[in-house]
Write a protein that binds this ligand. Structure first.
Ligand code: KIV
Ligand code: ZN
Length: 525
């Protein structure tokens, strides 16, 4: 890790795999988590929060395996304020070259009520748990959850206790996205001034975006002395999300004149990881999202285009290539060969072995037969599809034919393979998509409710592929499915089937372990 004692160096703590993945429906597979962690490490993230090891066996394994594979970044796991959580966290991170335990407890009046602890009892708990974590690991981060709604005097008291118990980083979370920039700065300044020992540890800022101020709040905290920013790729996270990594990093770079701080991030890797996180989380990036949105560097209006042609700086404060966006959009066609495909995919961040390339090439040719021009976004959609229709999925779409038009009823005839056995059915519905979904439901009855159905054209033109996202909910479990095809009904049905497959995996996954009883000491046995 880079030495944070350099006054202008801001550490980037990425929590896409923990706070980001906590967003309902954003669940990633084990391999996807390892891949994202690799990309984060390669782009120069200082600390990767890889998960919440006690939450499930899957989370534990992901943190453990990320710890084992990571070459540069510190690997951090989250733990509540009890010995059982902390021990499990240590088990998961201890194989890292640079491990960190991050333990937290809600300190605001509302959060103190939940475990029913008095101020003194909570202070005691913080002392015990941070001491315990520090006995296991030299690198301990402590967070007073809902810090921005905690009484100042009490916050100072518990931060001092955590520092005395050995915490090396104190994170100040704005858990519900309540604060505003001036207040965010004042809080860090107040802690630095009032808490003994505050100058010997690193203060971190962890902002949520409920009022759309997460980036502004994080930057204000940095100006006041915070030297670690907690963030996620694309601002992924519960509710309105977390501070977006790309926004903080690019703001510090573009406005270095007034924000004279440095990060270790290779900004040219931003676009690739943004796309990948959007794909694996099933949360598409909004078109007008700062830095990574599809329109962030597009200039539609005549005045803008004219200015841009004369001098790009007229309307551009950063260059597209600074964030890894390449000029070329038309990339391949029907006659492109395997080598060209491999090179283009490599540029987009996909390194394929020979066998994988063979499969992708077959799909690419099939697409090129239906669509004259293949753009980067088509290739990305194709790769995502290749990843989601894994051969081991329990439900697979084998055949689909729909009848639609001005005269109803719209009909779908479908064949699914479920656990290896094929069966077919014909169903009707309000439109072809509804008919297809009804047919799937007839063959695979389920209680899941469709929460979201979204269609986006991947590129322009009537032969464009449609990317369809569906989100479904069953007993509080939320899953998403995505698929792309030049046929919208096919893409919709595949996305629906993908979501059902994810639901089956979630049903099999064991429930998170229950909260350990308040007395942390009892958990030490
Ligand atoms: O938002 C929050 O308070 C958190 C803590 C666990 C750090 O994510
Ligand atoms: Zn958070």
């Amino acid at each position: 890790m880079t030495d944070s004692t350099q006054q202008d160096r801001v550490l980037i703590f990425d929590t896409t795999l923990r706070d980001g993945e906590q967003s309902p429906g954003a669940t990633m597979t084990h391999d996807e988590k390892l891949e994202i962690a690799r990309m984060l490490d390669e782009m120069g993230v200082d600390i990767i929060e890889a998960g919440f090891p006690i939450a499930s066996e899957g989370d534990f394994k992901a943190v453990r395996d990320i710890a084992a594979q990571t070459e540069n970044a510190v690997i951090c796991g989250l733990a509540r304020a009890n010995f059982k959580d902390i021990d499990r966290c240590w088990e998961a991170v201890k194989g890292a070259r640079l491990p960190r335990i991050h333990t937290f407890i809600g300190t605001s009046p509302l959060h103190r009520e939940i475990p029913g602890l008095s101020k003194d009892e909570m202070a005691e708990r913080i002392h015990e748990t941070v001491t315990h974590a520090r006995n296991l690991c030299d690198n301990v981060q402590w967070s007073p959850m809902d810090a921005t709604r905690t009484e100042e005097d009490y916050l100072c008291r518990v931060v001092e206790i955590a520092i005395r118990a050995g915490a090396t980083t104190i994170n100040i979370p704005d858990t519900v996205g309540y604060t505003a920039p001036r207040e965010s700065a004042a809080l860090i300044a107040m802690l630095l001034e009032r808490v003994p020992g505050a100058d010997e540890i690193t203060f971190a800022t962890h902002c949520h975006n409920d009022l759309g101020m997460a980036t502004a709040n994080a930057l204000a905290a940095v100006e006041a002395g915070a030297r670690q920013v907690e963030c996620t790729i694309n601002g992924l996270g519960e509710r309105a999300g977390n501070t977006a990594l790309e926004e903080v990093v690019m703001a510090l770079r573009v406005r270095n004149d007034i924000l004279p701080y440095r990060t270790g991030i290779d900004t040219t890797k931003i676009m690739n990881i943004s796309r990948r996180v959007a794909q694996v989380s099933g949360f598409p990036v909004q078109y007008n999202k700062a830095i990574v949105g599809k329109n962030a560097f597009a200039h539609e209006s005549g005045i803008h285009q004219d200015g841009m042609l004369k001098n790009a700086e007229t309307f551009e404060i950063m260059r597209p290539e600074d964030v890894g966006l390449k000029e070329t959009s038309l990339v391949l066609g029907k006659h492109s060969g395997r080598a060209a495909l491999r090179a283009k995919l490599k540029e987009l961040g996909y390194e394929l072995g020979d066998n994988q390339l063979k499969d992708v090439f077959v799909r690419f040719k099939a697409l090129a037969d239906r669509k004259k021009e293949i753009f980067e976004d088509d290739l990305i959609a194709l790769m995502r599809d290749m990843e989601t229709d894994a051969a081991h999925d329990r439900i697979q779409l084998k055949h689909l034919r729909v009848v639609c038009g001005t005269e109803g009823p719209q009909t779908a005839e479908i064949t699914l393979s479920i656990d290896g056995a094929e069966s077919s059915v014909k169903a009707t519905g309000d439109g072809p998509v509804d008919a297809a979904f009804n047919a799937v439901k007839a063959l695979f009855p389920h209680r899941a409710r469709l929460q979201l159905y979204q269609v986006h054209a991947v590129t322009e033109g009537t032969d464009a592929q449609a990317t369809v996202s569906v989100r479904m909910e069953e007993d509080g479990k939320i899953v998403t499915g995505q698929s792309a095809d030049t046929d919208t009904v096919v893409a919709s049905t595949r996305a629906y089937v993908t979501a059902l497959n994810k639901l089956l995996v979630r049903r099999e996954k064991s429930a998170p372990e229950a909260e350990t009883p308040p007395a942390a000491r009892k958990g030490a046995s």
